[in-house]
Design a protein around this ligand. Structure first.
Ligand code: CP
Length: 307
């Protein structure tokens, strides 16, 4: 039976620590890892657009000495002829050793995994989850703060449709003494099911606000997100909400000197480009980290370790 990663809780806290340690070793000693996946193939099945996730998965496999195949839009696969996701994944699992899959429908990677003979990794399913972005975020926080405990994190923007937020809230809910500040317009609050499962059931307190300015001085980590245009039912609502929060150098004047600013990207307007020069901006480092943690995950799911 293959090991799949559909939800971040498919990995234990200890396994995530192990992945972070492997990623750190890959960063320090890349040559040790360069041939470990020779003759292995990764398939990237992207039914929805991506830059970072697909290309970092592909770069990860190539850097491990393996090769890649796949498609970057449903229109170039037989999904366009009406093939089911299950049949597509069953087919690809006959050609590849491991599959990373993104789909606009929530739950599609879970359903697909029932038809696969090889490990399936959820590379984002609709407005639901994005576990490998969460691994990227955890590696970044660990590198920036030196720990995955005892800090205050603000999630800001589209907390309703932002799948990266849902997965990260869930993952951090298993860590010690994290304080959550949820910053969003009323219409884009964190869904009740995420609050119930990730926070309330674990007895974790959180605060909700619509004002980033009011809470920015308290934060150790600020996780900015894009308003997810593709998940809105009408353009009018999107246009009204899209610029609810724009992080600028002026807004950061009241923030802690050691704040870490994360964003899963892509960004639209929510972080001014001028913030990129601020030493507290960690989102371009986050992009790099995405490749290393995915290398670590591929090795784990293929049960390959460095000598
Ligand atoms: N962070 C992220 O998922 O980016 P892409 O949509 O470009 O893959």
């Amino acid at each position: 039976m293959s090991r799949n990663v559909i939800d971040v809780t498919d990995l234990s806290v200890e396994e995530i620590s192990g992945l972070i340690a492997t990623a750190e070793d890959i960063i320090a000693n890349p040559a040790k890892y360069q041939d470990l996946c020779a003759h292995k193939q990764l398939a990237t099945l992207f039914f929805e657009p991506s830059t970072r996730t697909r290309l970092s998965f592909e770069s990860a496999m190539l850097s491990l000495g393996g090769s890649v195949l796949g498609f970057s839009e449903a229109a170039s696969s037989s999904a366009a002829k009406g093939e089911t996701v299950g049949d597509t994944v069953h087919t690809v699992s006959c050609y590849a050793d491991i599959i990373a899959m993104r789909h606009p429908k929530e739950g599609a990677p879970y359903a697909a995994a029932q038809f696969s003979e090889v490990p399936i990794i959820n590379a984002g399913d609709g407005g639901h989850n994005h576990p490998t972005q969460t691994l990227t975020d955890l590696l970044t926080i660990h590198r920036e703060k030196g720990r995955l405990s005892n800090f205050t994190i603000g999630f800001c923007g589209d907390l309703k449709f932002g799948r990266t937020v849902h997965s990260l809230v869930n993952a951090l809910g298993r860590c010690e003494n994290i304080r959550y500040v949820l910053i969003s317009p009323q219409e884009l609050k964190l869904p009740r099911y995420v609050k119930e499962e990730a926070l309330k059931k674990r007895g974790i307190p959180y605060t909700q606000t619509t004002s980033l300015d009011a809470v920015i001085p308290e934060l150790d980590v600020l996780y900015m997100t894009r308003v997810q245009r593709e998940r809105f039912f009408n353009e009018e609502d999107y246009l009204r909400l899209k610029d609810s929060y724009i992080l600028t150098p002026e807004k950061l004047l009241n923030a802690k000197p050691d704040l870490s600013i994360l964003h899963p990207l892509p960004r639209v307007n929510e972080i001014a480009v001028a913030v990129d020069k601020d030493p507290r901006a960690a989102y371009w480092k986050q992009v790099k980290n995405g490749k290393f943690i995915r290398m670590a995950l591929i090795l784990k799911l293929l049960d390959i370790s460095a000598a």
